[in-house]
Design a protein around this ligand. Structure first.
Ligand SMILES: NC(=O)c1ccc[n+]([C@@H]2O[C@H](COP(=O)([O-])OP(=O)(O)OC[C@H]3O[C@@H](n4cnc5c(N)ncnc54)[C@H](OP(=O)(O)O)[C@@H]3O)[C@@H](O)[C@H]2O)c1
Length: 325
């Protein structure tokens, strides 16, 4: 596997992580045992970074991941700093230092670890200057509760301001062949500051596998039914691009998803974190590290998916902080 690094000073690790969204039931029912079996299998396959959030099914995910990783050397990345609505659903960012400290303590308890490797600010709270939120995270570093500070969905300017307050090691941003908007400002800023870019939704929530051509393919409880990426006009808009990329995938004897992950792995300073609840898909994704792309193949893919060819959904940063998205 190629290597990623946590910021400038952190440890190096294999550059493909595991996201956990698909294990939470967001994308249709996931077997109760899927979290532990998937995490353990990922570790067997050489994955050394698990990316999650404390808000999922009030902590079930962190509890299960905490059990599955016990005794293993793996980087744990989780998020905190959300407000919740009456039914316990995420209802926006809460970047107040006190709220972040409470979220961190709750994650530490659920994961049953002494310290969290990367603790992300789940979102940028418009009511709290980012310096104040990051100052709060800095206190958690000083207290030994977290090792590195992460930001999620921050703009380049917010990243710069935050980094000037306390070193930020990781920036989680949506980045995939279908959502390349971060290349304009956030990615170059992260690279210039030595901040690792953690590519969220690296398969564009499954679209880049080429297996979802209709919203009807999604389970009735799948939150993607409300995502504009999966609406007929967008599916029609990207269909010919997916076919063109599938052609290249076929020439290379790999799946489209693996090709899309290999493209991300070829970007300097980028760590993709695909999620899956399917053991076979996990193996296919992990094998992306073995796919080598020539400069010509990368150019070809980038011409198929020029910036702006996706739905633009990645630019709507509140999507992750509101119910059902
Ligand atoms: N604000 C933030 O910081 C933020 C926001 C969103 C996401 N994230 C991170 O990004 C991670 C990944 O995001 P995501 O799960 O939304 O999107 P994703 O990884 O782009 O796509 C996941 C979907 O792709 C499917 N899939 C994966 N591998 C496949 C394969 N080989 N063949 C066919 N289908 C495959 C999965 O279905 P199967 O289960 O059927 O395989 C799942 O439905 C999250 O877990 C989280 O860690 C962070």
């Amino acid at each position: 596997m190629g290597t990623g690094k946590v910021g400038l000073a952190g440890p190096a690790f294999p550059a493909l992580g595991l996201g956990c969204n698909a294990l939470t039931g967001e994308y249709g029912p996931a077997d109760k045992t899927a979290i532990s079996t998937t995490v353990r299998r990922a570790l067997d396959l050489g994955v050394r970074m698990i990316d999650m959030a404390g808000a999922h099914r009030p902590g079930d995910l962190e509890r299960a991941v905490g059990k599955a990783i016990r005794g293993s050397r793996v980087l744990i990345a989780t998020r905190g700093g959300l407000r919740f609505g009456a039914a316990g659903e995420p209802a926006g960012a809460d970047g107040r230092p006190g709220a972040l400290a409470r979220a961190c303590d709750a994650s530490l308890r659920r994961l049953a670890v002494d310290a969290i490797d990367i603790f992300y600010l789940a979102g940028i709270d418009p009511r709290v200057p980012v310096e104040e939120s990051v100052g709060g995270l800095g206190q958690l570093v000083d207290a030994g509760k977290i090792r590195y500070i992460g930001l999620s969905q921050a703009s380049a300017e917010e990243l710069r301001r935050a980094h000037a307050e306390r070193p930020v090691a990781a920036l989680a941003l949506e980045y995939s062949l279908l959502e390349r908007g971060a290349e304009a400002a956030e990615l170059p800023t992260a690279r210039a500051l030595g901040v690792t870019a953690v590519a969220s939704r690296p398969l564009a929530r499954g679209l880049l596998t080429g297996r979802i051509s209709s919203v009807d393919h999604l389970h009735v409880d799948d939150v993607r039914r409300d995502d504009r990426r999966f609406q007929p006009e967008n599916l029609e808009h990207i269909g010919h691009r997916l076919l063109a990329a599938q052609q290249l995938a076929a020439e290379k004897h790999v799946s489209l998803g693996r090709l899309a992950l290999a493209w991300l792995l070829a970007q300097p300073g980028v760590v993709p974190v695909p999620s899956t609840r399917d053991p076979l898909h996990l193996e296919m994704d992990a094998a992306a590290v073995k796919v080598r792309l020539t400069a010509e193949e990368r150019d070809r893919l980038e011409a198929i998916f020029p910036t702006g060819s996706g739905s633009g959904a990645a630019r709507r940063r509140d999507d992750d902080l509101t119910p059902g998205r």
